[in-house]
Design a protein around this ligand. Structure first.
Ligand code: ADP
Ligand code: MG
Length: 178
């Protein structure tokens, strides 16, 4: 299979989210048939709560990889990374989570299955996806054939603030790419 560019959103708001996201990026760098190309800055955003309940702010980032594993295989591997971080699937939708890895785009693949919808169905409404994506891929065509820089309306920028530019993984980390 030919390699495609794929975009992955990382987020979390439990434990030490910066460390969890750092480990999540490191785990992505170790996936077979995947190569990390670029990692965004680290951003902070308020939670989207379904019930108005309190939960901590999220940290978020987006990475681009080149991947020659099929999208379903990649999703399975991302869910394995979430599980290894201690992610429980029993909490409420939009509940706090230690590490969430969403597959935003996989080449030009378009499919709508409940277990894997591509492009990710909610990416166009989420400033914590579009702000980091704008940083690494401003010209990328998104669903509806609009470019990231056009999709991100000014009012969406407010909800998502810069925490640290790359490399934010920390000097102790083996890899300096992020
Ligand atoms: P969310 O990320 O929407 O808050 P979860 O991480 O709990 O919720 O994912 C719920 C389900 O969404 C997963 O079981 C997964 O199979 C499915 N899913 C569908 N499309 C995607 C996608 N593009 N990326 C990640 N998960 C997806
Ligand atoms: Mg998810």
């Amino acid at each position: 299979m030919e390699a495609e560019s794929a975009y992955i959103a990382l987020g979390g708001n439990l434990g030490d989210p910066r460390q969890e996201i750092t480990r999540g990026v490191e785990a992505i760098t170790r996936l077979p048939r995947c190569e990390l190309e670029i990692c965004s800055s680290l951003y902070r955003s308020p939670p989207l709560t379904a019930d108005g309940g309190q939960q901590p702010d999220y940290l978020n980032a987006v990475v681009r990889i080149r991947c020659s594993a099929p999208p379903a295989v990649l999703l399975g591997q991302l869910q394995g990374i979430e599980a290894a971080a201690g992610r429980s699937r029993s909490g409420p939708r939009w509940g706090p989570r230690i590490l969430d890895l969403d597959l935003l785009l996989y080449g030009r693949v378009s499919q709508r299955e409940s277990w894997l919808t591509l492009p990710h169905p909610e990416m166009m409404q989420r400033s914590f996806v579009l702000v980091p994506l704008l940083e690494i891929a401003p010209e990328l065509p998104l669903p509806g054939e609009i470019r990231c820089k056009t999709a991100l309306r000014p009012e969406m920028m407010k909800g998502c603030t810069l925490v640290a530019p790359p490399p934010w993984g920390g000097a102790h980390e083996k890899r300096e790419a992020f």
